[in-house]
Ligand binder design. Structure first.
Ligand SMILES: [Zn+2]
Length: 122
């Protein structure tokens, strides 16, 4: 079986990509996957600083997907928020405590005029 050229009608052997006579391509080659291309393989060898200059952002994203970057566990986000919340609550408690003590010191005894900022000694 042979392939007939759509441009010139020449019979080329089956599986040929181009016409033997006029070099007309028979089939449009499927676009190569980004990861398969030699250009990408070359870029991967470059140091990161050099890579950033050359590679468009979309391609970098594509590469990042391919590298299968380690993903954080699903509970990590919740855990970090809980940790953050704990410190916020702790900070508020400490602040309230410090403030209440400070205010207690500021309260002057009846009939006494205590200058501000001076702790009251009983
Ligand atoms: Zn041809």
């Amino acid at each position: 079986m042979s392939v007939k050229c759509p441009a010139c009608g020449f019979d080329s052997p089956d599986g040929a990509l181009f016409c033997d006579f006029c070099k007309e391509p028979f089939k449009k080659k499927a676009p190569a996957k980004v990861s398969d291309s030699e250009a990408v393989q070359e870029l991967k060898k470059l140091p990161p600083e050099e890579l950033i200059k050359r590679v468009p952002e979309e391609l970098l994203k594509e590469l990042a997907k391919e590298e299968q970057l380690p993903k954080l566990p699903p509970y990590f986000r919740a855990l970090s928020w809980a940790f953050f919340g704990l410190w916020v609550v702790l900070g508020m408690i400490l602040a309230a405590l410090a403030l209440s003590r400070y205010k207690a010191r500021q309260v002057p005894a009846p009939g006494q005029d205590i200058p501000l900022g001076q702790p009251q000694i009983r």
